[in-house]
Design a protein around this ligand. Structure first.
Ligand SMILES: Cc1ncc(COP(=O)(O)O)c(C=O)c1O
Length: 357
């Protein structure tokens, strides 16, 4: 056996492009407004106090539990400290959750059209999985998840890249019917109009809710994600995390995340602005002949009645407007368009009018 045969080989996750220069970037679902101004103020204050910034914050290891950040999240969400786990973006939280909770020979279940990192984590950790087909309207077929004999379940709500939202009762049925496996609800986009399943963590011992600061809190670059569950499940998750790398949350992320989450007024104002822009964008896209399932996220997953998605994607790119397109079965005629500012969406609609004529 050569060394090459002994290597763990995986097909990595492919993220959306991060183009440089002046472009309209509607391809990776980042929030279009800046983070809370409290973040900039805290950066400024940290930079002013050199000793604090370079010595206390950077010379020493950060607090393993990201204590200050977890306390702030606990205060804003009204959830006990020991029911919260934080990681380096929800990708880190989900990766650790897969490693912790999905440790059996039975396949885990997730939709066939969903966040394209799930099968990558399953492959890298050698977790068997089954992808359950969405129906023609991109709805999740609940009955597919009621068998009660799987290795675990992970579903985003709203789903990505479809944007389709399910009710909390939908998840409650799945959780109730699977008392012997962990159900992870990935709520990366829940703040854009959905009802969170967070109350279920106090009702059932087998549910984990994952959220992120990357979307509605405009901090994709800072990398903060969190999991909420009962203290026993959070304890298992920490054990695995601390067995891989104890100091993942760096000091600036802990400090800046804490001030960002406490600014609830700014959060509500800017999320409201985004929702308004999304609803206007839906109307404009419909007028231009696009079809899409209703989205409750910060993107719309749309196909056009006559022009191929890939052609529109390339023509938008020529105009420096980036949206997301996948060359994958079932979704290759769709574009995922992140919601930007009103001005960005106006430019998008004008470009689409030209392209479609
Ligand atoms: C459904 C879903 N979950 C999780 C993530 C990961 O986000 P982050 O690692 O930035 O928190 C994304 C990112 O786009 C996502 O779409």
């Amino acid at each position: 056996m050569s060394w090459e045969d002994k290597i763990r080989k995986v097909v990595p996750y492919v993220a959306g492009e991060q183009p440089v220069g002046k472009v309209i970037k509607l391809n990776t679902n980042e929030f279009p407004y800046p983070p809370s101004p409290m973040v900039a103020t805290r950066i400024y204050d940290m930079a002013q106090d050199e000793i604090d910034a370079s010595d206390n914050m950077l010379r020493k290891y950060p607090n393993m539990d990201a204590d200050k950040l977890v306390r702030a999240i606990s205060q804003v969400y009204g959830i006990d400290y020991d029911k919260i786990f934080v990681g380096v973006g929800s990708d880190d939280v989900l990766a650790m959750a897969f490693l912790t909770y999905f440790n059996s020979d039975k396949p885990i279940l997730f939709p066939d059209i969903t966040y394209s990192f799930y099968d990558v984590w399953a492959d890298v950790y050698r977790i068997p999985y089954e992808q359950k087909k969405l129906d023609e309207d991109f709805k999740i077929i609940k009955e597919d998840y009621l068998g009660g004999n799987c290795g675990g379940i992970v579903i985003p709500n709203p789903n990505a890249p479809t944007g389709v939202l399910e009710e909390v009762s939908f998840f409650e049925d799945i959780i109730k019917n699977n008392p012997d496996c962990i159900v992870i609800i990935d709520e990366a986009y829940i703040d854009f109009g959905g009802e969170s399943a967070l109350p279920l963590i106090d009702k059932y011992d087998n549910v984990v809710v994952v959220q992120t600061f990357s979307k509605s809190r405009a901090l994709a670059g800072l990398r903060i994600g969190m999991a909420f569950a009962n203290p026993k499940l959070i304890g298992y998750l920490k054990d695995v995390k601390f067995s891989v790398n104890s100091y993942t949350m760096n000091y600036p992320a802990i400090e800046l995340g804490a001030v960002a989450v406490l600014d609830t007024e700014y959060f509500e104002k800017t999320v409201g602005m985004l929702i308004k822009t999304r609803e206007n964008t839906k109307k404009e896209l419909k007028k231009l002949g696009f079809k899409f399932a209703d989205s409750k996220s910060n993107f719309v997953f749309a196909s056009h009645e006559s022009m191929k998605a890939k052609d529109i994607f390339l023509k938008l790119k020529e105009r420096n407007i980036y949206v997301r397109h996948w060359d994958k079965p079932r979704i290759d005629n769709y574009l995922r368009i992140s919601i930007g500012t009103d001005d960005e969406m106006k430019e998008l609609i004008n470009a689409l009018k030209e392209i479609l004529n």
